[in-house]
Design a protein around this ligand. Sequence first.
Ligand code: SF4
Length: 405
Amino acid sequence: MLLFGAVNFAPCTVVVRRALPHLRCPGRCYNSRGANYMLGLLPDGDELSESPIAAGLLDWHARQGRHDLPWQSDRTPYRVWVSEIMLQQTQVATVIPYYTRFMQRFPGVRALADAPIDDVLHLWTGLGYYARARNMHRSAIRVRDEFGGRFPESFEEIASLPGIGRSTAGAILALSLGLRFPILDGNVKRVLARYFGVAGNASERAVSERLWHLADTCTPLGQVAVYTQAIMDLGATVCTRRKPLCAYCPLSEGCVAKRTGRQHELPSPRPARVRPSRQVFMLVAMRADGSVLLERRPESGVWGGLWCLPEFDDPTAARAYIGHSLQRPQSEPQPLGRVEHAFTHFDLVITPLLARCAGSAGVMDAARSVWYNTREPARIGLPAPIKALLEDFASPALFDGRVAG
Ligand code: SF4
């Protein structure tokens, strides 16, 4: 039985409170069907029937899905939140060790909020997209200070935290509490675009709206946590970007892309852009004890908040810095082998310049610069290529050879 008309994407709390002021929707779900299910106004048997794909996906997931990932046990909103943020743009296999270490160090949101940002960035080193870590730390502080240290359980409050968009907020509530919220991450977009034959790129507003509508339509009224995990797993393991395994897909019968042979055209890629390359020079200022000067980068921009070698646009600027900032520098900085690092939108080419010195000359801002002992590394956040470069210097052969050179 349906009481309300379509109110997709308006919080059902508002609808329910207006229509039935004596009732309180426990789910704060995002549409009327969900509200009715939560209120017990639909029979249990209907919980999957309105979704064209839920029954097949749940059956597949019971047999083939992933059930033993570290974030699938003890599914609290906090634990699911950490996993969802780490999994953005990152493969499951890469995330698992990072997630395990993160949970050991920060088992709850208060531990994360109370930690120095350097501890958080240190555990994030190598995972990339460091804005995610800074946003998580900021969010944890807000949860501690504004929500009494308890991770919020309403969509609006979760979505108000830094770095949490609509899909992530929905995933947190769906996976940890089983509340009916659609999600639309990259894997789900691909499955839906192919299954329903939605052309165009999701960065276009009309395409995005269409996909959100389909995501909502497909999300069942019950078993939401399993469904959400199942559609994400299907996108990650079967309906993959390059070689979808349609022969093993539980949705193959109704899939438009498979029927029309357009698996590789859908979803439509973003228009190609020329990938720029940026050249920089980084100073490896090294003291006789092997320590290397690092500076904290500004909060915004590439590698924001991480510790890095001083960066310059050209060797002349590096030499000027050596002249006014370092004591007894070697006459000329020596260029080392180039390091290349790919970001999402550009390539960074780094030429390290090695300069031995006695220390820093002027008064340096202690909060923004540090002499980093490569043989006893401090727990600070380092960009992955800089960490690898510094590890090279910790190797006795390289260290001695380079310093002696
Ligand atoms: S049939 Fe193929 S293209 Fe369609 S959803 Fe399944 S794996 Fe993806």
